[in-house]
Every structure is written in structure tokens, then in C-alpha cells.
Design a protein around this ligand. Structure first.
Ligand SMILES: [Ca+2]
Ligand SMILES: [Ca+2]
Ligand SMILES: [Ca+2]
Length: 438
């Protein structure tokens, strides 16, 4: 059942389809604590009172036609049930779902018919009082032959690759309220307006450059209000889904766009002059004020060592001076036994990769045109935030949860859920004796 709207949220929000309820926030706090306690027993979850669990999950909840996802969710979708089961096991308080077709009704259906019902192999039902969904550039016709195949139309000529407007969109679910006055989106920033961009030389016409956005889906800054000793503190949830670097030619237009989509957030968290070109869809210029806390989340389609992204693409964030280094590339970087085991079991391209297979987050093909498994899904905290634990939900083959992934993209997704536990403002991490290594 959809949560009731705060009366003025539609008017005050610069972006559509924010649903929130303060009544439910208080009501759900008790349930959340109880759910967290149960989850501690089942899955070793850290205490929700001390930490916030932030996650990203490319859930492959897209379909081939507009309305297809809604239809699939109205019928009983085994795939959606498996995705919900994973979310119920990990129980993040703040979650980005990538590849969720833009459809507010589908978002309601996914919550009410899947997350809010205990799923086979899942945990307790989980209720998110707040969610955010908004239009995506994917599938929006450009009217221009962007891929230069001599015809106008189809997914490759859309503002972002997609068969219909909103395919492969994004959905954010939250236990905490959004700061509705300060939501920002960067869906309309033009690629040509980024200084020193990597636009493929000579590929796009002037006509194309006048309309081609940088963001293939959208980039959202969702300020989340977290409880702290003095009331609330804000963490900016910076979410996106840069285009995959393949599916193009020697001009590497997608690899170049992927690099620059990642750079948008790097410039944003640098702030100052570096972000001066960024004008959000609400008309406000500039990046994140210095000193603000943030968490960057998403399938960023770039592995630090392997795959087809531009050299240094993800390093723009992993090496950024304001990003928590230990949780980005150190001992607290999210990893799993299942990923390491899958790389060895699946062999092929995985055997010649350079990166640590335990850090992989996506089970890609080892076929003739495959690239093997990669680390592409990230939750990156700002340096001022204390990261307590991290993980990737990728069960090993001797784990009963393995059926939720099963080396089969159709079982749930070709990506795995990635999470960080971050100490709430003014709180410390749970004592080391409570910490269970994932
Ligand atoms: Ca074309
Ligand atoms: Ca694979
Ligand atoms: Ca790998």
C-alpha cells in the first residue's frame, strides 16, 4: 500500500514522485529496530541504531516494452521475488536500485507486493517509508542519428541507450526522510558544457552537441536527513548509472561518456571552480559545498583494473582526496567469497584479469564476446564518515543462499548488491567483538 504523501511535498519538491510520510517514519522506527535484531541473528547485520547500511543494487528490473515491468510485477515475478529476497536479507536503510524502468506505479508494486511480503529465501518483510523515482534520459528519442548508422531511431539514437523512455531507470528507497527543498538532479547538463570533456573528436554534429546530455540516465543528489545528537545531519546520496563503455566503435563514444559521467561526481565533490559548469535541472549552479558528507552509489560501469572502461575512469573517484580511501580500495573495500569462487569456477577471461576477483560485483559472460566478472558497483563514502563494515551479497556455492544467484543472470540479476555500514553522526562503530567479517 503506498504511503500517504506529505501534503506539500509535490509542490515543494523540485523533482516529481517523491513519496514520504513522517507518521510512517516514526511508526516504522520500532519495526526497523526489531527487524534489524532479527536480521542480526540471521545474517550478522550490524545494529541499525548505531549505523546506517547504505547499498547499491543493479537489479535488472527492466523489460523490453513500456509498461512491461508493471505487468511483470502484477503477475508474480520470480525474478522480482529473488531481488526482494536479497534486499530482505541485507536490509539496507538506504538503497539505490539501478535498472528499474521509470514507472511510479511499478515502484509501488515492487514495494507492496514484494518487499513488504516475506519472500522465499528472504528475510522479514521490509517497508521503506520514503522513496524517490524520476524520469531518465534512457530511451528518449533525440531525433538525430547519434550512432551514425544512417537511420534515425532506436535505442542507440536516444539521449541515453534505451528502447523506450525510462528503460533502465533508477529508484531510491530510504528509511530516512529526504531534504525535499534541496534535491538536485543533473539530467539536462550537456556533455559539451563540461570543460576538457572527452567528446569523441569529429563524431557528433553541432546539432547533436546542442542536445546531447552528459548523463545517460540521470544524476541525483538526494540529501538524506539522518538522526544525530542535535537533531538531524545531512548525507548527500549521489546516485547515477553511467553508460557501459562498450557497444560502440573505435571512436569509443560510450567509453568516453562513461568516463565523463563518472567525472561529473568527481567535479561535484571537488566543488568550487571545478563544478562551476554544473547547473542542475532546477537552475542552481555549482557543486557540493565543502565539508558536506556524501555517499556515491551506483553501477558505474568501470572496473579499476579490467574491462573496457577508459583508463583512470573509476580512479577519478577511488583516488579522490575527499573519498574514504579504506572503504574504496583498502581493507574495507566490499568483497565476497562468492565472487572469488565464481571467478575460479567460471574461468575464461577471469583467469587473465588483473583485479582481485574477490572485489567483483557483476557476473558477466565468459563467452567469445564476454569480458568476465568485474567490479562495477560502488558505494563510496566521504572521508569524514566512519565506515564500520562492508560487503557484497555474493554467496559461495556451498551457501544455501547460492540459489538466489546460481551463476544465472535470470535468477535475480547479473549484478550483486554492495553495501557499507556507516556510523550515524555522533555514533561510533559497534565494538569489534560485535563485528562479524562477511
Ligand atoms: Ca542511428
Ligand atoms: Ca561470469
Ligand atoms: Ca574480475
Amino acid at each position: 500500500m503506498p504511503g500517504p504523501c506529505v501534503a506539500n511535498s509535490q509542490q515543494t519538491s523540485p523533482l516529481p514522485y517523491l513519496r514520504t510520510s513522517r507518521v510512517r517514519l516514526f511508526f516504522s522506527a520500532g519495526l526497523m529496530a526489531m527487524g534489524a535484531l532479527l536480521a542480526t541473528l540471521a545474517y550478522g547485520t550490524a545494529q541499525a541504531q548505531e549505523v546506517i547500511r547504505v547499498a547499491t543494487y543493479n537489479a535488472s528490473l527492466y523489460r523490453e516494452k513500456a509498461g512491461g515491468l508493471r505487468q511483470a510485477l502484477q503477475d508474480d515475478s520470480n525474478q522480482a521475488a529473488a531481488i526482494a529476497a536479497v534486499i530482505q536479507r541485507v536490509r539496507p536503510q538506504l538503497l539505490l536500485i539501478n535498472e528499474f524502468d521509470y514507472d511510479p506505479e511499478a515502484a509501488q508494486l515492487f514495494m507492496s507486493r514484494y518487499l513488504e511480503r516475506a519472500q522465499p529465501k528472504g528475510g522479514e518483510a521490509i517497508h521503506y517509508p520514503h522513496h524517490f523515482i524520476a524520469p531518465s534520459n534512457t530511451g528518449v528519442p533525440s531525433g538525430i542519428d547519434l550512432d551514425r548508422d544512417g537511420r534515425i531511431g532506436g535505442g542507440n539514437d536516444a539521449l541515453g541507450f534505451g528502447q523506450f523512455p525510462g528503460q533502465y531507470g533508477m529508484l531510491v528507497l530510504s528509511m530516512y526522510n529526504f531534504d525535499q527543498e534541496n534535491l538536485r538532479s543533473f539530467r539536462r547538463v550537456l556533455w559539451k558544457d563540461m570543460p576538457n570533456n572527452l567528446l569523441p573528436p569529429g563524431w557528433y554534429t553541432d546539432e547533436a552537441l546542442r542536445i546531447l546530455p552528459l548523463s545517460s540516465k540521470s544524476h541525483w543528489d538526494l540529501p538524506i536527513r539522518l538522526p544525530n545528537a542535535t537533531g538531524t545531519g545531512t548525507v548527500h546520496f549521489l546516485v547515477s548509472h553511467p553508460t557501459p563503455p562498450g557497444f560502440d566503435g573505435p571512436e569509443d563514444r560510450n567509453g568516453r561518456r562513461n568516463h565523463d559521467e563518472i567525472r561529473l561526481w568527481a567535479d561535484y565533490i571537488t566543488g568550487g571552480a571545478a563544478a562551476d559548469y554544473l547547473v542542475d535541472d532546477q537552475g542552481k549552479r555549482g557543486g557540493l559545498p565543502i565539508g558536506e558528507s556524501f555517499v556515491i552509489a551506483g553501477d558505474l560501469n568501470a572496473d579499476p583494473a579490467d574491462g573496457g572502461s577508459r583508463s583512470g575512469a573509476i580512479a577519478q573517484l577511488l583516488e579522490h582526496p575527499t573519498v574514504n580511501s579504506g572503504a574504496a580500495k583498502g581493507l574495507l573495500a566490499p568483497r565476497s567469497k562468492g565472487a572469488a569462487e565464481a571467478a575460479a569456477r567460471q574461468g575464461g577471461q577471469n583467469l587473465t584479469q588483473q583485479g582481485d576477483a574477490a572485489l567483483d560485483t557483476a557476473d558477466f559472460s565468459e563467452g567469445p564476446r564476454g569480458i568476465g566478472n568485474l567490479r562495477v558497483d560502488y558505494v563510496l563514502a566521504s572521508k569524514d564518515l566512519t565506515v564500520c563494515r562492508s560487503g557484497v551479497f555474493w554467496p559461495a556455492s556451498d551457501d544455501p543462499d547460492f540459489v538466489l544467484v546460481n551463476d544465472d543472470p535470470k535468477m535475480s540479476s547479473d549484478h550483486r548488491l554492495v553495501w557499507l555500514d556507516i556510523a550515524l553522526p555522533g555514533k561510533a562503530c559497534p565494538s569489534p567483538s560485535d563485528v562479524v567479517a562477511e
